[in-house]
Design a protein around this ligand. Structure first.
Ligand code: SF4
Length: 259
């Protein structure tokens, strides 16, 4: 996987969003694996992780599954209006009552469009609980949204694996703000992940968000975890000595033939 260029989001009306896609699928990472969620992927990211294979660059259109889970998509022009998105969600919720456990805001980095999300999230929250997947680097954009969020999945970006400097101060501030809401911290670890940097991240979580479980997620390459079992056990051992609630959970999408 090659590194992505950092992509900021083009200016739009303050209440419209630059989107990538809206689709229904299984949660394939972390504590909520196996739950059916609606994923709203926002365009743009402020980081450039070496392993990133997420298509987050804003385009002229965003795509929506014709039927939830069908894998067949149709396109709408970017930026997207809240009204258009609510129409689709209301239709999906009417058709599949009880199927979806959450609306998942993902990216890219959703909080890059935090200003528009202040309009969107209270409305979305009336349809489904809102989960946020974030790289944990934009604390100022998080604060106004926190009352409406049901769960946060926060990635801390470790330089040994991401090949980018870790934004430690931003991560600390982010965890301080988030820690009163339910959530998890996810650490993607690759074969080059060193112990010292992992320990620094684990201490940060133990200090700022001790109620959050830590998920060690082995980097996936060619559909398989790229880290040896022995290395994962060692990383878990040193992390659990500081933060006992440390789990090793791989991505399961490849096992289920899901993208
Ligand atoms: S934060 Fe996420 S979307 Fe952004 S570059 Fe890293 S892996 Fe990709």
């Amino acid at each position: 996987m090659s590194g992505n260029r950092k992509t900021l989001v083009p200016a739009t009306a303050r209440t419209d969003l630059q989107l990538i896609e809206l689709f229904s699928s299984l949660q394939g990472e972390g504590l909520h694996i196996g739950r059916r969620e609606i994923f709203l992927r926002l365009a743009g990211c402020n980081l450039g992780c070496a392993y990133c294979d997420t298509p987050y660059a804003a385009g002229d259109v965003w795509t929506v599954e014709r039927e939830p889970g069908s894998g067949r998509f149709e396109s709408y022009p970017n930026p997207a209006s809240l009204e258009r998105c609510l129409d689709i969600l209301d239709d999906w919720c009417d058709r599949g009552s009880g199927l979806h456990s959450a609306l998942n805001l993902t990216g890219g980095e959703p909080l890059l469009q935090g200003e528009a999300l202040q309009t969107w999230v209270p409305e979305l929250r009336q349809r489904l609980p809102i989960h946020l997947e974030t790289n944990g680097s934009l604390p100022a954009a998080l604060s106004p949204l926190l009352p409406f969020l049901s769960f946060l999945s926060i990635d801390l970006k470790l330089a040994d694996t991401c090949e980018e400097p870790t934004p430690w101060d931003c991560h600390r501030e982010f965890l301080r703000l988030a820690c009163h809401k339910p959530g998890q911290v996810k650490l993607v670890v690759g074969p080059a992940q060193g112990e010292q940097e992992l320990l620094k991240a684990v201490r940060l979580v133990a200090d700022e968000a001790p109620g959050y479980p830590i998920i060690l997620q082995p980097l996936t390459e060619k559909g398989r975890p790229s880290v040896s079992g022995e290395h994962l056990l060692r990383l878990q051992e040193i992390a659990a000595a500081i933060h006992p609630e440390t789990l090793v959970i791989p991505q399961v999408h490849p096992l289920l033939n899901l993208a």
